[in-house]
Design a protein around this ligand. Structure first.
Ligand code: G3P
Length: 217
């Protein structure tokens, strides 16, 4: 499974990128607000830093305006994926932009039918929002699983990008049900390393090593 980092904070992307944990980056208007940065400037920096796709979201609501914004975002770098919302206008923009050879990430997906439409419109990525479904007592993981089955049934090449990942369990479950990619905040990716038995075992090894009185270097 590919890891995208869901942030516009350059330092945090760079730290994980150095570890080989970054296959791409996703941003959205809320994350741009949080970063306090200019969208074009920060997107350019991120795209230069990482090799994989960098999603940058349009903010227009009407297809022609989305297409114009999408072309401007795509012109920033070759690895930009234009992010459009899952509306009819967004699907129209997806069809045109993907037809021009741009990567398109269709976002704010909350149903398998929406994912089916996005695949037919030529989306490179579909972004089902797991956490936000869980927030309203629906099963985000079931949605990922349904989309996986539908895409496999018909050979759609659109990649399932599990988004709104809030916990380490979301990460593991997304991998188990076959999401192609997950996008998670840096804190969730970092938390994946934690296990109390690792800490306990390491402490015991260190205590015993101390008793040997030896050194390796
Ligand atoms: O990738 C989409 C993500 O940024 C949304 O996450 O936690 O705001 O639902 P969240």
């Amino acid at each position: 499974m590919k890891f995208f980092v869901d942030t516009a904070e350059i330092d945090q992307i760079a730290e994980l990128n150095d570890l080989g944990m970054v296959d791409g980056v996703t941003t959205n208007p809320s994350l741009i607000l949080k970063s306090g940065r200019d969208i074009l400037e920060v997107t350019r920096e991120i795209a230069a830093l990482v090799d994989g796709p960098v999603s940058a979201e349009v903010v227009a609501l009407e297809a022609e305006a989305m297409i114009a914004e999408g072309r401007k975002l795509a012109a920033i770098a070759n690895n930009i994926a234009v992010k459009v919302p899952l509306t009819w206008d967004g699907l129209r923009a997806c069809k045109v932009l993907s037809g021009e050879g741009h990567m398109v990430n269709v976002t704010l997906c909350f149903s398998a039918n929406q994912a089916l439409l996005a695949a037919k419109a030529g989306a490179t990525f579909i972004s089902p929002f797991i956490g936000r479904l869980d927030d309203i007592n629906l099963d985000g993981m079931e949605l990922i699983s349904d989309i996986r089955q539908i895409y496999d049934n018909y050979g759609f090449e659109t990649q399932i990008l599990a988004a709104s990942i809030r916990t380490v369990n979301h990460a593991c479950q997304s991998a188990l049900v076959g999401a192609d990619v997950m996008t998670a905040p840096p804190a969730v990716i970092k938390a994946m390393v934690a296990h109390p038995l690792t800490d306990k075992g390491l402490a015991a090894f260190m205590a015993d090593w101390e008793k040997t009185g030896q050194k390796i270097l």
